[in-house]
Ligand binder design. Structure first.
Ligand SMILES: [Zn+2]
Length: 397
């Protein structure tokens, strides 16, 4: 039964999932075609005959490969403190930083967290995002990490978006007032893994491996247990300083190592011989005024790069794919075709979804744009060019 036909003046789509290195430049472009959708899947791309909806440009929907939804509260005061030259430590000492958000998340009910998260996901969707990573990591104890993961599960069930759930209990060191040592806290989070698995509360396990947070040696047993239980692995790696996190990610077969601002040429060589992808979030570099990841070196070495917003209240209150793509083209020196591959097939791959290609057999996860020129989207990033968004053939915007 034919359910829907979308006409595209221009259809732009990646061709392989995942795409790595020079493959990231490959896109297929067709003109004046109809996309035939039956029961949520694309069944045919044909020369235009008739259609239900018309669009100047159709691309696959975006997958945001890295966000910190669900969270609650604003850290706009820190924005001002940073702009006035205060350091991260000074902000922490003034009661800001991750433990501020953690306090708000701990005090929030599941309904409150769910409602805020739902609002944010709807905003992302209105900008063309069909799939999203959601993480715990603001609970920072057994009870509240589980609370965040239950909220993510509810988002998975109640939102149309394709959501991947990540357990990030090791997001920060335990708060000093918790009275827990690093060893005690890591062990508490390790003990939580079986509960999370038995209740199917997460697909991925992540940790912040960096200077001042956790070192690979702190979390080896934790990840051995996570792998034994069948969790997929991803890491916050080498963002502040190189502590060998990217290489540790390769060693434990991580799906993705994320940020990697301080990755070395030797690390890039090792990564290029592995299946591990790299997820980059230029929005965080922009917001914090940090250096940008060496995206060109990574792609030129044959590595697969995904993009995400890192949407979170402390280091990236930014969720617009158009703006992230603007930064990726401008500061990561990525080509438009690479950016499209990174935000669709590659980020969907990192999140465990087969999507991001417009061809028969793939789910109808699509964005219909108001412009025919893809480059207009990152160029005039403040304009929302999204006309409609489809997830599994269902119009959600
Ligand atoms: Zn993050």
């Amino acid at each position: 039964m034919i359910t829907l036909i979308i006409h595209a003046d221009r259809l732009l789509t990646p061709v392989a999932q995942p795409s790595k290195g020079s493959e990231m430049r490959k896109v297929s472009e067709e003109f004046d075609v109809d996309i035939v959708i039956e029961d949520g899947k694309i069944t045919d791309i044909r020369k235009h005959k008739n259609a239900d909806i018309y669009a100047p440009l159709v691309t696959p929907g975006f997958f945001d490969a890295h966000t910190h939804i669900p969270f609650i509260g604003s850290r706009s005061k820190e924005f001002l403190m940073r702009s006035r030259g205060k350091t991260y430590i000074e902000i922490l000492q003034a009661g800001g930083g991750i433990h501020y958000t953690s306090k708000l998340v701990r005090n929030a009910t599941e309904d409150e967290l769910f409602n805020v998260a739902k609002t944010y996901i709807n905003k992302l969707t209105s900008h063309g995002v069909v799939g999203i990573e959601c993480k715990s990591g603001y609970g920072l104890d057994t009870e509240n990490e589980l609370k965040q993961l239950r909220v993510i599960n509810r988002l998975k069930n109640e939102m149309p978006n394709k959501i991947a759930s990540t357990f990030l209990g090791l997001h920060a060191k335990p708060a000093t007032d918790s009275g827990k040592s690093v060893e005690e806290y890591v062990s508490e989070m390790k003990n939580l893994l079986e509960t999370i698995k038995s209740q199917s509360l997460a697909d991925y396990v992540d940790a912040f491996i960096d200077k001042g947070v956790y070192l690979p040696s702190d979390v080896e047993d934790f990840f051995a247990k996570a792998r034994e239980l069948g969790f997929k692995i991803r890491l916050h790696a080498d963002e502040i300083e190189n502590v060998g996190a990217s290489i540790f990610g390769v060693k434990i077969n991580a799906i993705s190592v994320d940020h990697v601002l301080k990755i070395t040429d030797e690390d890039i060589d090792i990564l290029s011989k592995s299946d591990t992808m790299v997820t980059l979030m230029p929005s965080t570099s922009f917001y914090l005024g940090e250096i940008y990841a060496p995206a060109r070196k990574l792609i030129d070495a044959g590595i697969g790069v995904a993009l995400g917003s890192d949407f979170n209240p402390g280091s990236s209150p930014i969720y617009s794919p158009a703006f992230v793509m603007h930064l990726a083209i401008r500061f990561l020196k990525m080509e438009p075709e690479e950016v499209l591959n990174a935000y669709t097939v590659n980020s969907a791959y990192v999140l465990g979804y087969e999507s991001g290609i417009i061809k028969p057999g793939y789910p109808a996860d699509l964005v219909l744009w108001k412009t025919s020129e893809f480059l207009d989207i990152p160029y005039m990033f403040q304009e929302n060019f999204v006309e409609h968004v489809f997830i599994d053939g269902r119009m959600v915007v």
